[in-house]
Design a protein around this ligand. Sequence first.
Ligand code: AP5
Length: 210
Amino acid sequence: MDLILLGAPGAGKGTQGALLATRLAVPKIATGDMLRDALRQGTPLGLEAKRYMDAGELVPDSVVLGLVREALAGPAAQGGAVFDGYPRNVAQAASLAGLLDEIGRGIDAVVYIDVPEDAIVSRMSGRRTDPETGTVYHVEFNPPPAEIAARVVQRADDLEDTVRRRLAVYRETTAPLVAFYEDAGIPVHRVDGDRAIEQVQDEIMGLLGR
Ligand code: AP5
């Protein structure tokens, strides 16, 4: 199954995507995670991406397309993938359709996780990531276990001004993808993401008929 998770920054795409990938036994292809990995490794691609990410702007389409192409070619992705944070605009949606078409696949469904903006701001300010495993926590809603708590870090782009810019970019360029996929006749499942993580996950699995 090839599934796209859409939603504003902080809506829970990464959290739900990790759970879904395990349950559906497919990899999560998360362009944000891949870009942060490249940055940690100090690759030229990571260093180029950094200035866009720190400003809350989208990294150029050509950069992320290369990452997605590579991830889709891996053996783990041969049975499908959960796309988290990709596509981000209509051009990326067209590129993804082309990549999947080349391997005889297409998007099976889109899950749109809907969360009000005030909840999003509190989620972003409390988000912490384990630098060793990439697991995402929240200081209040999903606290890290005691043995991990001392090493979790805050994302550089979770500062208030950057969050505001990321939300604006989302509204302008990514949110229109909901209508784009509906118009294309691909099932778009709308989920109320302002509930407990497990409730959201159960609803998504139900909507996917799993
Ligand atoms: P990216 O990493 O994709 O960030 P994002 O889309 O802004 O989404 P987030 O990762 O912030 O949030 P999320 O929806 O995954 O929420 P999460 O599960 O972590 O992109 C970062 C940057 O990279 C972009 O700004 C851009 O520069 C660049 N980039 C990435 N992809 C790109 C692309 N395709 N094209 C161009 N540029 C690209 O949850 C958030 C917090 O809430 C966590 O603390 C979590 O524990 C908590 N939480 C989750 N669910 C719940 C719940 N139900 N209740 C309570 N708390 C919850």
